[in-house]
Design a protein around this ligand. Structure first.
Ligand code: NAD
Ligand code: ZN
Length: 255
């Protein structure tokens, strides 16, 4: 695996146009479980029952009780891990232009990444479904579920539910970054949720090198990605950031 990390470091050190696409897997080592896979939430509840906007409109209390309250508790306790910090380091080194994340946990920003596209929005903020007023999630009064705005409207997390569109400014910027990058790091995503899953295809189609970091192969492996570094994000991205810093130091910062 060390060979692959060094190969990825050389790929990154050869460009200033790299981006990362991240998913739930990068935050598992921070204590946030993924929804998919064995033991995941989607084995117990149908996502269409709790994560679709129609389900929320039909029964906001149920979605707050079964999904949102639990997520808020888990997210409040989570802190960035070495993978989030490694990507922030790669940005500081001038190698990574931006992180496009499907996560709603805010951990990339907490780790120090400056340019983060929250493709699926964020759980850090709530917005009133009637007057659009926004409120920080940690300042929300949860004595009544669903929580309500002063105007009487219902608060919802400022994220993208199934059945909703990606905010156009995020979609356009992510597509542009994917189409123009020379290297795309795809970290901790099963690449099955669209339209995020098409970003690596777009990058590859435009000639970029696509590098996956994931303990398991994904539908991209062996087709869209050039290679997979098969391991958990924390130690791999940490080692990758160190290796890029070392290459840069060796070449007097000119790599
Ligand atoms: P996913 O659950 O479909 O896939 C997770 C991937 O992470 C898998 O491929 C798995 O093999 C991999 N993985 C497991 N352990 C890992 C590790 N230690 N390091 C690196 N990778 C690891 O996730 P997805 O593709 O992001 O799609 C899920 C959707 O659910 C996303 O839209 C996301 O917004 C949402 N979600 C977000 C969070 C969060 O904000 N942290 C948590 C759960 C779900
Ligand atoms: Zn309101």
């Amino acid at each position: 695996m060390q060979d692959l990390i060094e190969r990825a470091a050389r790929d990154l050190a050869g460009t200033r146009r790299a981006v990362a696409l991240t998913g739930a897997g990068i935050s598992i080592e921070s204590g946030i479980p993924p929804f998919r896979g064995p033991g995941g939430l989607w084995e117990k509840i149908d996502p269409m029952e709790v994560a679709h906007i129609d389900a929320f409109r039909r029964d906001p209390r149920k979605v707050w009780d079964l999904l949102i309250k639990g997520m808020q508790t888990v997210l409040a306790a989570a802190v960035p891990n070495p993978a989030h910090r490694g990507l922030a380091t790669l940005e500081r080194l001038g190698r990574l232009q931006a992180v496009i994340t499907q996560n709603v946990d805010g951990l990339h920003q907490q780790a120090g990444s400056q340019d983060v596209i929250e493709f699926h929005g964020t759980f850090a903020w709530q917005r009133c479904m009637t007057c659009e007023r926004r409120c920080r999630s940690d300042e929300l009064d949860l004595t009544e579920i669903p929580p309500r705005c002063e105007c009487g409207g219902i608060f919802r997390p400022d994220c993208v539910f199934f059945g909703e569109l990606i905010p156009p400014e995020h979609l356009v910027r992510a597509q542009q970054l994917a189409a123009e990058c020379r290297v795309m790091l795809v970290v901790g995503t099963s690449a099955t949720v669209h339209p995020a899953a098409m970003l690596p295809h777009l990058a590859r189609g435009a000639g970029a090198r696509v590098i996956e970091i994931n303990p398991e192969p994904t539908p991209l492996t062996g087709t869209v990605s050039d290679y997979l570094i098969p391991g958990p994000a924390g130690p791999v991205v940490d080692a990758l950031a160190d290796a890029v810093a070392a290459l840069q130091a060796d070449s007097g910062g000119q790599a």
